[in-house]
Write a protein that binds this ligand. Sequence first.
Ligand code: ZN
Length: 398
Amino acid sequence: MVKTLCISTTDTTTRQTLDWLSQSVIKCKRIVLITGAGISCSSGIPDFRSSDGLYNLVKQQHPDVVTKGRDLFDASLFRDPTSTAVFYTFISQLKHSVDRAAPSATHLFIKTLDSKHKLLRSYTQNIDGLEERAGLVGSSCWEAGTYGKERLQIRMKDVKSVELHGSIHRVRCALCSANFPCTEQHLDKFEKGVPPPCPECSSRSEARIARSARRLTIGTLRPAVVLYNEPHPLGDDIGAIQSSDISRRPDMLIIMGTSLKVHGLKLLVKDFAKAVHELGSPNTAQALSTLSDRQKKPNKSSGMVILVNKTPPSGEWEGIIDYHVAGETDKWVEKVMEKWRSIKPSDFERQTTLNHAGLFSPSTELKAVKEVIRVNRKTAGKPVLLLSLPLYVSLLIC
Ligand SMILES: [Zn+2]
Protein backbone atom coordinates (compact mmCIF):
# COMPACT_ATOMS: atom_id res chain seq x y z
CA MET A 1 0.00 0.00 0.00
CA VAL A 2 1.29 3.50 -0.86
CA LYS A 3 1.70 5.41 2.39
CA THR A 4 0.81 9.10 2.05
CA LEU A 5 2.66 11.63 4.20
CA CYS A 6 1.44 15.24 4.23
CA ILE A 7 4.45 17.53 4.22
CA SER A 8 2.83 20.19 6.42
CA THR A 9 1.52 17.70 8.98
CA THR A 10 1.68 18.25 12.72
CA ASP A 11 1.23 14.55 13.45
CA THR A 12 4.29 13.27 15.30
CA THR A 13 4.45 9.84 13.68
CA THR A 14 4.15 11.29 10.17
CA ARG A 15 6.85 13.85 10.91
CA GLN A 16 9.12 11.09 12.20
CA THR A 17 8.55 9.12 9.02
CA LEU A 18 9.33 12.21 6.92
CA ASP A 19 12.53 12.62 8.95
CA TRP A 20 13.41 9.02 8.31
CA LEU A 21 12.87 9.50 4.58
CA SER A 22 15.22 12.49 4.66
CA GLN A 23 17.86 10.44 6.46
CA SER A 24 17.45 7.68 3.91
CA VAL A 25 18.08 10.12 1.04
CA ILE A 26 21.24 11.28 2.80
CA LYS A 27 22.48 7.69 3.18
CA CYS A 28 21.79 6.54 -0.39
CA LYS A 29 24.51 6.69 -3.02
CA ARG A 30 22.90 5.79 -6.34
CA ILE A 31 19.69 7.76 -6.53
CA VAL A 32 17.59 7.95 -9.72
CA LEU A 33 15.30 10.94 -10.12
CA ILE A 34 12.32 11.18 -12.42
CA THR A 35 10.71 14.61 -12.64
CA GLY A 36 7.84 16.43 -14.31
CA ALA A 37 6.29 19.89 -14.70
CA GLY A 38 5.64 20.28 -10.96
CA ILE A 39 9.33 21.00 -10.23
CA SER A 40 9.35 24.04 -12.56
CA CYS A 41 6.17 25.77 -11.35
CA SER A 42 8.00 27.79 -8.71
CA SER A 43 10.56 28.84 -11.35
CA GLY A 44 7.95 31.10 -12.91
CA ILE A 45 7.32 28.95 -15.94
CA PRO A 46 3.63 29.18 -16.70
CA ASP A 47 1.80 25.90 -16.50
CA PHE A 48 0.61 25.85 -20.08
CA ARG A 49 -2.06 23.28 -19.27
CA SER A 50 -3.69 25.42 -16.61
CA SER A 51 -6.65 27.69 -17.32
CA ASP A 52 -4.62 30.89 -17.08
CA GLY A 53 -1.49 29.58 -18.78
CA LEU A 54 -0.09 30.03 -22.25
CA TYR A 55 -2.17 27.18 -23.54
CA ASN A 56 -5.38 29.03 -22.72
CA LEU A 57 -4.08 32.11 -24.52
CA VAL A 58 -3.36 30.04 -27.62
CA LYS A 59 -6.74 28.36 -27.34
CA GLN A 60 -8.46 31.75 -27.25
CA GLN A 61 -6.59 32.84 -30.37
CA HIS A 62 -7.19 29.57 -32.24
CA PRO A 63 -10.30 27.88 -30.78
CA ASP A 64 -10.85 25.76 -33.90
CA VAL A 65 -7.31 24.37 -33.95
CA VAL A 66 -6.62 23.61 -30.31
CA THR A 67 -9.23 21.68 -28.40
CA LYS A 68 -7.14 20.40 -25.50
CA GLY A 69 -3.64 20.94 -24.08
CA ARG A 70 -2.34 17.68 -25.44
CA ASP A 71 -3.17 18.80 -29.02
CA LEU A 72 -0.31 21.26 -28.83
CA PHE A 73 2.16 18.47 -28.18
CA ASP A 74 0.90 15.75 -30.47
CA ALA A 75 2.83 14.88 -33.63
CA SER A 76 -0.42 14.92 -35.61
CA LEU A 77 -0.33 18.73 -35.53
CA PHE A 78 2.22 18.63 -38.37
CA ARG A 79 -0.47 17.24 -40.70
CA ASP A 80 -2.12 20.63 -40.89
CA PRO A 81 -0.34 23.93 -41.79
CA THR A 82 -2.53 25.97 -39.43
CA SER A 83 -1.94 23.78 -36.37
CA THR A 84 1.78 23.68 -37.27
CA ALA A 85 1.88 27.50 -37.30
CA VAL A 86 0.03 27.63 -33.96
CA PHE A 87 2.55 25.20 -32.47
CA TYR A 88 5.51 27.33 -33.64
CA THR A 89 3.93 30.49 -32.20
CA PHE A 90 3.21 28.72 -28.92
CA ILE A 91 6.77 27.42 -28.64
CA SER A 92 8.26 30.86 -29.26
CA GLN A 93 6.12 32.31 -26.45
CA LEU A 94 7.01 29.45 -24.13
CA LYS A 95 10.73 29.81 -24.91
CA HIS A 96 10.65 33.49 -23.93
CA SER A 97 9.04 32.55 -20.59
CA VAL A 98 11.60 29.79 -20.01
CA ASP A 99 14.49 32.18 -20.72
CA ARG A 100 13.26 34.47 -17.94
CA ALA A 101 12.99 31.60 -15.42
CA ALA A 102 15.56 30.52 -12.84
CA PRO A 103 16.11 27.00 -11.43
CA SER A 104 13.90 26.13 -8.44
CA ALA A 105 15.05 24.78 -5.08
CA THR A 106 14.25 21.33 -6.48
CA HIS A 107 16.58 21.78 -9.49
CA LEU A 108 19.34 22.96 -7.15
CA PHE A 109 18.72 19.95 -4.88
CA ILE A 110 19.23 17.59 -7.84
CA LYS A 111 22.52 19.37 -8.57
CA THR A 112 23.51 18.99 -4.89
CA LEU A 113 22.86 15.23 -5.07
CA ASP A 114 25.15 15.16 -8.10
CA SER A 115 27.87 17.25 -6.43
CA LYS A 116 27.81 14.93 -3.41
CA HIS A 117 28.10 11.84 -5.65
CA LYS A 118 24.64 10.52 -4.82
CA LEU A 119 22.95 11.02 -8.17
CA LEU A 120 23.01 8.11 -10.57
CA ARG A 121 20.91 10.01 -13.12
CA SER A 122 18.06 12.49 -13.44
CA TYR A 123 15.34 11.83 -16.02
CA THR A 124 12.96 14.67 -16.78
CA GLN A 125 9.81 15.14 -18.83
CA ASN A 126 10.47 18.89 -18.85
CA ILE A 127 11.76 20.70 -21.92
CA ASP A 128 12.81 23.86 -20.05
CA GLY A 129 16.47 22.87 -19.54
CA LEU A 130 16.48 24.18 -15.95
CA GLU A 131 18.51 21.19 -14.76
CA GLU A 132 21.22 22.34 -17.11
CA ARG A 133 20.95 25.88 -15.79
CA ALA A 134 21.41 24.40 -12.28
CA GLY A 135 24.68 22.83 -13.48
CA LEU A 136 23.78 19.34 -14.72
CA VAL A 137 24.82 18.34 -18.24
CA GLY A 138 21.65 17.62 -20.19
CA SER A 139 21.24 15.05 -22.95
CA SER A 140 20.30 17.79 -25.45
CA CYS A 141 23.32 19.95 -24.76
CA TRP A 142 26.05 20.21 -27.34
CA GLU A 143 28.80 19.14 -24.94
CA ALA A 144 26.99 15.88 -24.19
CA GLY A 145 27.02 14.63 -27.74
CA THR A 146 29.32 13.25 -30.34
CA TYR A 147 28.24 14.38 -33.77
CA GLY A 148 28.91 11.63 -36.25
CA LYS A 149 28.08 11.64 -39.93
CA GLU A 150 24.69 10.14 -39.42
CA ARG A 151 23.41 11.55 -36.18
CA LEU A 152 24.06 12.89 -32.72
CA GLN A 153 25.10 10.31 -30.13
CA ILE A 154 24.94 10.97 -26.41
CA ARG A 155 28.11 10.43 -24.36
CA MET A 156 26.58 8.46 -21.51
CA LYS A 157 29.12 9.19 -18.82
CA ASP A 158 28.84 12.96 -19.28
CA VAL A 159 25.06 13.25 -19.22
CA LYS A 160 23.47 13.66 -15.80
CA SER A 161 20.05 14.91 -16.89
CA VAL A 162 18.23 12.87 -19.53
CA GLU A 163 15.65 15.06 -21.27
CA LEU A 164 12.95 12.58 -22.20
CA HIS A 165 11.03 15.08 -24.30
CA GLY A 166 13.96 17.02 -25.77
CA SER A 167 14.78 20.67 -25.16
CA ILE A 168 13.14 23.95 -26.08
CA HIS A 169 16.62 25.46 -26.33
CA ARG A 170 17.48 23.59 -29.50
CA VAL A 171 16.08 23.22 -33.01
CA ARG A 172 16.54 20.38 -35.46
CA CYS A 173 16.01 19.93 -39.18
CA ALA A 174 12.87 17.98 -40.00
CA LEU A 175 14.66 16.58 -43.06
CA CYS A 176 18.34 15.95 -42.22
CA SER A 177 18.07 16.05 -38.37
CA ALA A 178 20.92 18.58 -38.05
CA ASN A 179 20.70 20.08 -34.58
CA PHE A 180 21.37 23.72 -33.58
CA PRO A 181 20.90 26.04 -30.58
CA CYS A 182 17.60 27.94 -30.76
CA THR A 183 18.41 31.61 -31.46
CA GLU A 184 16.43 34.86 -31.43
CA GLN A 185 16.31 34.70 -35.23
CA HIS A 186 14.68 31.28 -35.03
CA LEU A 187 12.19 32.57 -32.46
CA ASP A 188 11.28 35.56 -34.66
CA LYS A 189 10.35 33.15 -37.43
CA PHE A 190 8.49 30.77 -35.11
CA GLU A 191 6.57 33.71 -33.64
CA LYS A 192 5.16 34.36 -37.11
CA GLY A 193 4.33 30.67 -37.51
CA VAL A 194 7.04 30.18 -40.15
CA PRO A 195 9.85 27.62 -39.73
CA PRO A 196 13.38 28.80 -40.63
CA PRO A 197 15.30 26.97 -43.39
CA CYS A 198 18.00 24.48 -42.36
CA PRO A 199 21.52 25.92 -42.87
CA GLU A 200 22.99 22.41 -43.21
CA CYS A 201 20.62 21.49 -46.07
CA SER A 202 21.14 24.94 -47.61
CA SER A 203 24.94 24.67 -47.66
CA ARG A 204 24.82 21.15 -49.14
CA SER A 205 22.46 22.33 -51.87
CA GLU A 206 24.56 25.42 -52.64
CA ALA A 207 27.69 23.25 -52.92
CA ARG A 208 25.92 21.09 -55.48
CA ILE A 209 24.68 24.11 -57.45
CA ALA A 210 28.26 25.45 -57.50
CA ARG A 211 29.40 22.29 -59.29
CA SER A 212 26.38 22.42 -61.64
CA ALA A 213 24.62 19.52 -59.95
CA ARG A 214 20.91 19.34 -59.17
CA ARG A 215 19.80 21.42 -56.19
CA LEU A 216 18.62 19.55 -53.07
CA THR A 217 15.41 19.94 -51.10
CA ILE A 218 16.01 22.19 -48.13
CA GLY A 219 14.47 21.08 -44.85
CA THR A 220 13.00 23.39 -42.21
CA LEU A 221 13.96 23.73 -38.58
CA ARG A 222 11.53 22.76 -35.85
CA PRO A 223 11.83 22.96 -32.05
CA ALA A 224 13.85 19.96 -30.82
CA VAL A 225 11.11 18.84 -28.48
CA VAL A 226 9.60 15.38 -28.69
CA LEU A 227 5.85 15.34 -29.25
CA TYR A 228 3.35 12.68 -28.27
CA ASN A 229 3.16 9.89 -30.84
CA GLU A 230 6.58 10.49 -32.37
CA PRO A 231 9.83 8.69 -31.56
CA HIS A 232 12.64 10.38 -29.66
CA PRO A 233 15.54 10.92 -32.10
CA LEU A 234 17.89 9.84 -29.30
CA GLY A 235 15.63 6.99 -28.16
CA ASP A 236 18.25 4.27 -28.63
CA ASP A 237 20.83 6.22 -26.62
CA ILE A 238 18.35 6.93 -23.84
CA GLY A 239 17.41 3.23 -23.74
CA ALA A 240 21.11 2.35 -23.39
CA ILE A 241 21.53 4.86 -20.55
CA GLN A 242 18.50 3.44 -18.77
CA SER A 243 19.79 -0.16 -19.10
CA SER A 244 23.19 0.90 -17.81
CA ASP A 245 21.63 2.69 -14.82
CA ILE A 246 19.50 -0.35 -13.95
CA SER A 247 22.58 -2.59 -14.08
CA ARG A 248 24.27 -0.28 -11.59
CA ARG A 249 21.63 -1.19 -8.97
CA PRO A 250 20.09 2.17 -8.00
CA ASP A 251 19.37 2.32 -4.26
CA MET A 252 16.53 4.87 -4.35
CA LEU A 253 13.99 6.20 -6.84
CA ILE A 254 12.56 9.67 -6.24
CA ILE A 255 9.73 10.82 -8.52
CA MET A 256 8.85 14.51 -8.26
CA GLY A 257 6.25 16.84 -9.72
CA THR A 258 4.48 14.43 -12.05
CA SER A 259 1.13 12.70 -11.87
CA LEU A 260 2.50 9.76 -13.91
CA LYS A 261 -0.02 9.83 -16.75
CA VAL A 262 2.26 9.37 -19.79
CA HIS A 263 2.64 5.74 -20.91
CA GLY A 264 6.39 5.89 -21.63
CA LEU A 265 7.10 7.48 -18.27
CA LYS A 266 5.04 4.83 -16.47
CA LEU A 267 7.25 2.13 -18.00
CA LEU A 268 10.41 4.00 -16.98
CA VAL A 269 9.17 4.35 -13.39
CA LYS A 270 8.16 0.68 -13.19
CA ASP A 271 11.54 -0.51 -14.53
CA PHE A 272 13.49 1.59 -12.05
CA ALA A 273 11.14 0.75 -9.15
CA LYS A 274 11.71 -2.95 -9.84
CA ALA A 275 15.49 -2.47 -9.85
CA VAL A 276 15.35 -0.44 -6.63
CA HIS A 277 13.10 -2.97 -4.87
CA GLU A 278 15.50 -5.76 -5.76
CA LEU A 279 17.67 -4.29 -3.03
CA GLY A 280 14.84 -5.05 -0.60
CA SER A 281 11.74 -2.97 0.04
CA PRO A 282 11.80 -0.84 3.17
CA ASN A 283 10.11 -2.32 6.19
CA THR A 284 7.90 0.53 7.36
CA ALA A 285 6.90 -1.15 10.61
CA GLN A 286 10.53 -1.81 11.44
CA ALA A 287 11.49 1.73 10.50
CA LEU A 288 8.81 3.31 12.64
CA SER A 289 9.45 1.06 15.62
CA THR A 290 13.12 1.94 15.33
CA LEU A 291 12.22 5.62 15.23
CA SER A 292 10.35 5.24 18.47
CA ASP A 293 13.71 4.53 20.03
CA ARG A 294 15.74 7.66 19.41
CA GLN A 295 18.95 5.92 20.44
CA LYS A 296 18.80 3.65 17.41
CA LYS A 297 18.81 4.47 13.77
CA PRO A 298 16.73 2.71 11.14
CA ASN A 299 18.84 -0.02 9.61
CA LYS A 300 17.05 -0.06 6.27
CA SER A 301 17.33 3.06 4.19
CA SER A 302 17.76 1.85 0.63
CA GLY A 303 15.45 0.13 -1.81
CA MET A 304 12.77 2.80 -1.57
CA VAL A 305 10.51 4.51 -4.12
CA ILE A 306 9.24 7.97 -3.11
CA LEU A 307 6.76 10.12 -5.00
CA VAL A 308 6.66 13.82 -4.11
CA ASN A 309 3.61 15.40 -5.71
CA LYS A 310 0.57 17.42 -4.76
CA THR A 311 -1.86 14.78 -5.97
CA PRO A 312 -1.81 11.13 -4.86
CA PRO A 313 -0.92 8.27 -7.22
CA SER A 314 -3.70 6.07 -8.60
CA GLY A 315 -4.26 2.49 -7.48
CA GLU A 316 -2.04 1.37 -10.36
CA TRP A 317 0.98 2.26 -8.25
CA GLU A 318 0.28 -0.07 -5.31
CA GLY A 319 3.41 -2.10 -4.61
CA ILE A 320 5.50 0.15 -6.89
CA ILE A 321 5.59 3.44 -4.98
CA ASP A 322 6.33 3.05 -1.26
CA TYR A 323 5.73 6.61 -0.04
CA HIS A 324 3.73 9.53 -1.41
CA VAL A 325 4.86 12.83 0.08
CA ALA A 326 1.89 15.15 -0.50
CA GLY A 327 3.00 18.72 -1.14
CA GLU A 328 5.28 20.96 -3.17
CA THR A 329 8.63 19.51 -4.19
CA ASP A 330 10.51 22.66 -3.10
CA LYS A 331 9.15 22.31 0.44
CA TRP A 332 10.19 18.67 0.64
CA VAL A 333 13.74 19.25 -0.65
CA GLU A 334 14.12 22.10 1.84
CA LYS A 335 13.25 19.65 4.64
CA VAL A 336 15.76 17.11 3.31
CA MET A 337 18.47 19.77 3.01
CA GLU A 338 17.78 21.03 6.54
CA LYS A 339 18.16 17.51 7.91
CA TRP A 340 21.25 16.91 5.76
CA ARG A 341 22.99 20.04 7.04
CA SER A 342 22.13 19.18 10.64
CA ILE A 343 23.41 15.60 10.62
CA LYS A 344 26.31 15.93 8.14
CA PRO A 345 27.52 19.54 8.23
CA SER A 346 30.91 18.41 6.93
CA ASP A 347 29.24 17.75 3.55
CA PHE A 348 28.67 21.48 3.21
CA GLU A 349 31.98 22.84 4.36
CA ARG A 350 34.05 24.54 1.76
CA GLN A 351 37.50 25.99 1.96
CA THR A 352 37.74 29.68 1.41
CA THR A 353 40.75 31.79 0.68
CA LEU A 354 41.42 35.46 1.00
CA ASN A 355 41.81 36.90 -2.45
CA HIS A 356 43.79 39.85 -3.69
CA ALA A 357 40.96 42.27 -3.08
CA GLY A 358 40.80 41.23 0.55
CA LEU A 359 37.50 39.39 0.01
CA PHE A 360 36.73 35.83 1.01
CA SER A 361 36.05 33.64 -1.96
CA PRO A 362 35.14 29.95 -1.98
CA SER A 363 37.57 27.44 -3.36
CA THR A 364 36.38 24.02 -4.38
CA GLU A 365 39.88 22.66 -4.45
CA LEU A 366 40.89 20.80 -1.32
CA LYS A 367 44.57 20.95 -2.06
CA ALA A 368 46.51 23.54 -0.16
CA VAL A 369 47.16 26.62 -2.20
CA LYS A 370 49.70 29.06 -0.99
CA GLU A 371 48.40 32.46 -1.71
CA VAL A 372 50.66 35.43 -1.58
CA ILE A 373 48.82 38.61 -1.05
CA ARG A 374 50.43 41.85 -1.83
CA VAL A 375 48.77 44.81 -0.29
CA ASN A 376 49.65 48.28 -1.35
CA ARG A 377 50.63 50.17 1.68
CA LYS A 378 52.16 53.55 1.79
CA THR A 379 54.87 52.18 4.10
CA ALA A 380 58.28 53.02 2.68
CA GLY A 381 56.45 54.22 -0.38
CA LYS A 382 56.26 50.78 -1.99
CA PRO A 383 54.21 47.57 -1.82
CA VAL A 384 55.21 45.15 0.95
CA LEU A 385 54.57 41.45 1.32
CA LEU A 386 51.94 41.28 4.01
CA LEU A 387 50.90 37.62 3.96
CA SER A 388 52.57 34.60 2.50
CA LEU A 389 50.53 31.89 4.20
CA PRO A 390 47.25 30.39 3.06
CA LEU A 391 44.33 31.72 4.97
CA TYR A 392 41.51 29.27 5.14
CA VAL A 393 38.10 29.79 6.53
CA SER A 394 35.48 27.12 6.57
CA LEU A 395 32.03 28.38 5.87
CA LEU A 396 28.76 26.59 5.92
CA ILE A 397 27.05 27.12 2.63
CA CYS A 398 23.47 28.10 3.20
ZN1 ZN B 1 18.61 19.96 -42.89
